[in-house]
Design a protein around this ligand. Structure first.
Ligand SMILES: Cc1ncc(COP(=O)(O)O)c(C=O)c1O
Length: 445
């Protein structure tokens, strides 16, 4: 069995000298470096959504690494895998009523709009600060399921953008004791499989998606949809069809090659290097904490720092890092997020640690920043789909209070909505949106 069946097929095709009277138009001519791998569903190349050849073989290789019942490839990111996850759960359950932790990515809401789902929000006890925070406890989930016995699926974002991880074992026990499926957006955690079995599949999730491109050596747009070995087998059976519902009929073979190659990288030494990087980060986090940074989240390969008490917003920190030649992943008022992987060059992580130590020392004596307000909990008037389908218009945010939101208010990144379609703007929400630099709102007419 080949470890890179898709790449092997394409290499052989390139060697064959076949006349290419098929798509794509570049005919394999090297223009950007990617054309040689970029083919279409010619004979022998298999077909992503009806895979039974080289793509199916590569997916089986990946599935074996993750210990899943089935792993299917996406060349349109976890954005596609999330919509497919919801479609597969709907197909299996017939009627789907999903409870979700807030702080979810826009792809979840798009899936709800497209499939006509009306999510119930699981609210954590206490205040939530920072727009990306998606952490809920098993108790929060139990409460949501008690309040609405019709809920038959729970959707979590774990890890969230900040690196907070949910108690998946505890939450999966609650879900399964009530007959509810557990769906996890693990876009940030593909590497968790190799960092001490912290992957959702090892902890009770029925179905989850991983963005390969976020933490594995894979190209942007690559994602995995995994169905757990302990999940109902109907989920695995309908996974491809669920993907195909939302996907392009021309998936990129360049991205499929990247996933194919990723398997062999994981097998070679990447998994071991993930463990080494997590161990190094653990020490660096301790040093940064001692230097005065607040460390956020429990994800082992993410570095999220906050220093509001020293007058530094996450955006200030990001600017300071950029001045020192370091580009972080994301920053907001609360914190600055960095995503190292084993592909960093030698010394780059240590250089980042030194820069952060330097930044926090220079902030000594600063007045604390104004504390962040808790996130709003706006009332709901319509489902996201109803709100999306109604006529709508854009108005200044100061005129939005009392109006129904037509489209979620979000920016890229993190593409996490503060208010979602169908909810009513109130004064508090408007104030917070302005703090996050939203000055217009889409409202239902
Ligand atoms: C939490 C979360 N889920 C899903 C996605 C979508 O993933 P992708 O970029 O692979 O489509 C993102 C993207 O940043 C994300 O942060």
């Amino acid at each position: 069995m080949s470890r890179t069946p898709i790449i092997d097929f394409i290499n052989e095709y390139n060697r064959s000298g076949t006349v290419r009277l098929h798509i794509p138009g570049h005919k394999g001519r090297d223009l950007t470096g990617a054309e040689m791998l970029d083919i279409t569903e010619i004979r022998g190349a298999d077909s992503l959504f009806e895979a039974d050849g080289v793509i199916a073989e590569s997916e089986r290789n990946m599935s074996a690494l993750y210990g899943s019942a089935r792993t299917v490839y996406s060349t349109e990111g976890s954005s596609l895998s999330i919509r497919a996850m919801l479609a597969a759960a709907r197909e299996y359950k017939g009627e789907l009523k999903v409870a979700a932790a807030r702080g979810c990515h826009k792809a979840f809401l798009d899936g709800c709009i497209l499939l006509g789902l009306d999510p119930v929000w699981i609210r954590p006890e206490g205040e939530t600060k920072g727009i990306c925070s998606a952490k809920v406890t098993a108790e929060d989930v139990r409460r949501a399921l008690d309040e609405d016995p019709e809920i038959n699926a729970v959707y979590l974002t774990s890890p969230d953008y900040y690196g907070n991880m949910a108690d998946i074992p505890g939450i999966s026990r609650v879900c399964h004791s009530r007959g509810a499926l557990l769906l996890v957006d693990n876009a940030h955690g593909a590497y968790l499989k190799f960092a001490g079995s912290q992957h959702p599949l090892d902890n009770g999730a029925d179905i989850c998606c991983d963005s390969a491109h976020k933490t594995l050596p894979a190209l942007t747009g690559t994602s995995l949809l995994h169905i757990s070995a302990s999940a109902p087998k109907e989920l695995a059976a309908c996974a491809k069809e669920a993907m195909a519902l939302f996907a392009s009929t021309s998936p990129s073979y360049v991205l499929l090659c990247s996933l194919d190659r990723c398997v062999s990288e994981l097998e070679r030494d990447y998994a071991q290097r993930v463990r080494e990087m997590c161990a190094e980060l653990e020490i660096i986090k301790e040093q940064l904490s001692a230097a005065g940074w607040e460390l956020i989240g429990d994800e082992p390969m993410k570095l999220t720092v906050s220093a509001l008490a020293k007058g530094l917003s996450g955006r200030d920190t990001a600017e300071e890092l950029r001045r020192r030649g370091i580009e972080p992943e994301y920053a907001d008022e609360l914190c600055c997020v960095m995503m190292p992987t084993p592909c960093l060059a030698a010394g780059e992580l240590q250089r980042t640690a030194s820069a952060l130590t330097d930044i926090i020392r220079s902030a000594e004596g600063n007045a604390p920043a104004e504390p962040l307000p808790p996130l709003p909990r706006p009332e709901k008037a319509l489902s996201p789909r109803e709100a999306y389908m109604r006529p709508h218009r854009r108005i200044p945010i100061d005129e939005a209070a009392g109006r129904i939101c037509a489209r979620g208010a979000l920016s890229c990144q993190p593409s996490v909505p503060i208010i979602v379609g169908g909810e009513i703007f109130d004064e508090e929400t408007v104030k917070i949106l302005k703090r996050y630099s939203f000055f217009e709102a889409d409202v239902v007419e």
